[in-house]
Design a binder for this molecule. Sequence first.
Ligand code: FES
Length: 172
Amino acid sequence: METKEEDKSFTSETEGRIWFNFSRRNFLTLAGWGLFFATMGAYLAELFGYKGFFYPKVLFEPSPKFTVGEPKSFSENSVTTLRARKIFVVRDGNSIKAISVVCQHLGCAVEFSKEKDIFECPCHGSKYYRNGVNFAGPAPRPLNHFEIFLDDSGKLVVDTSKVVPLESELIV
Ligand code: FES
């Protein structure tokens, strides 16, 4: 006598179509492949994706060379602080200098005191004359002076990658 083998799979009403044959084995196989592809996708995304393993590990910093405006935007005998650029633009008559705000002791940002006409460091009390030369406190040397020049359109350009001697100045 022929016995009909019991089908342990769960089938839908449209039995026979393979995608509706939902046995436990099929489920585990599908789940295994799904897990495999998800893992591979995550791994490949880590390798090749945005900021992945092969993404260059470099710091993107703003260019050290930038324009600061026309000479006339700096009034005579003034000190202008450009915090974002970490420089002072010091104008004395027709002479213009770009001086670093970074203290030569431990790197705090110095501030210009209009009343005293000097630069002062709030951290350990170093003081610098208006020309950037240190005269008090633990700072071992003057503030850095950066190259400053006029471009073709008559705008002032500062290059903080080039430290110049203290005597350097741009005459406008
Ligand atoms: S960091 Fe300026 S005095 Fe120390």
